[in-house]
Design a protein around this ligand. Sequence first.
Ligand code: NDP
Length: 480
Amino acid sequence: MEQVLNYIQGDLRPALGQGWLDGHAPADGSVFAHIADSGAEDVDLAVKAATSALTGWIAMGRQGRHDALMHVAALVERDLELFAQAESRDNGKPVSLAREVDIPRAISNLRFFATAILHWSSEAHITDDVAVNYTDRQPVGVVGCISPWNLPLYLFTWKIAPALAAGCTVVAKPSEITPYTTHLLAERCIEAGFPPGVLNIVQGMGGKVGAAITAHPGIPAISFTGGTATGARIATTAAPMFKKLSLELGGKNAVLVFSDCDFERMVAETVRSSFSNQGQICLCGSRILVERSMYERFRETFVARVQKLRVGDPADASTDIGAVVSEAHMQKVLGHIELAKEEGGRILCGGERVELDGALAEGWYLAPTVIEGLGPACRTNQEEIFGPVVTIQPFDSEEEAVAMANGTVYGLASVVWTSDGSRMHRVARQLKSGIVWVNCWMLRDLRTPFGGMKQSGVGREGGEEALRFFTEAKNICIKI
Ligand code: NDP
């Protein structure tokens, strides 16, 4: 049995309490690893290590931190295939996706922030002939980074890379459901001679390790990505301690399809935006709103394309849809499909578990599911499902489409399909979401602000936003 260990003070070690959790492979339901089941005492050890490493890490300067991060990135790139296979096994995602998206993006995250810090400058404000003000941005200190299971190494590095580049030291917790590639990352850190204590990874359950990180008085800032309910719990603990908080939470993203769009491109991308990573991406479009004049054509073409998607072995290069992340998550998604039926929804395709043959018979597979006949206010169109399930709804006017898109408590991402240049801007500006993609989806530039409005989050990640979060701005005013 393989082991997923904590990485504290530069060493790989089991939890102090010697407990272990099972690590499952969603493809066949088997247990392939034992994961350190850590607790508050392991977090405390990690905070001590991070605190003692802080001064030395800051003293390495921007160039030193850049070099250290680039070295780790190079080792991950060297072992890209190993990482991709491991991510696919741990998460159930097609290995092709891990190979082309997850791991390359994790490498880019490390490189992007390693170089960003070299180019970062701060503001100066000249107060007439009276004074010069300049903004000094110093690292916040020891920061906590808590990440989810859907894009495990991708989102883990999206947090730790800016924190480390900015000069913070880190106590990080990946999801207990998909921790394996962070263990591989820790091994590469050791190989690269990354300074001990600068990055610490504490494995284990959210309710124990995540909660201990959130409550620890030695951690003044928390960067969290996960569900809205967990975000609320974290805020409840952290807010009275006046910690800095960055919360990237759930979504119920709308895709607005206007009849003047490029139909072929729209359909191809909408299949992708609906079912990539089994629909388990916070940015996936789950409510597809289609102008009524095009509705029938869209429904027919879209459903036919979705039915062609291959659900199968994540290790097989021809698989489009792999396994969902856990049995509990599969049951949760199936529960949402039952709810949709109770609410009067018609299942146009999918709607059930897929049972594969042979060694994969115990795996957690779901057929990509399209539902119609539900109004915007029902629970199916209000609650996040986070699986391979989308609804389609017709609309009659631009105003109605915008109102439907904005009509949930979430506000993470939206997609607009239109060829009308004025409408692109008009609609995009009215949508209450942190990201609007027009005639594309998941086209990412790491310099742009990333995050959600309303219950999809607080704060922004990406580019300078992330570097600002991990630093404290101090105004220094010098009288002339
Ligand atoms: P969770 O909120 O369940 O978990 C996220 C992380 O928080 C995990 O590491 C989890 O640990 C940990 N955690 C759980 N409970 C606590 C707690 N009480 N205190 C501190 N940490 C805790 O989300 P999922 O992992 O299920 O991820 C799916 C959710 O993430 C979806 O809602 C999705 O929309 C959202 N998401 C948002 C993104 C965004 O950028 N806005 C991007 C990706 C996902 P453990 O798993 O070990 O219990």
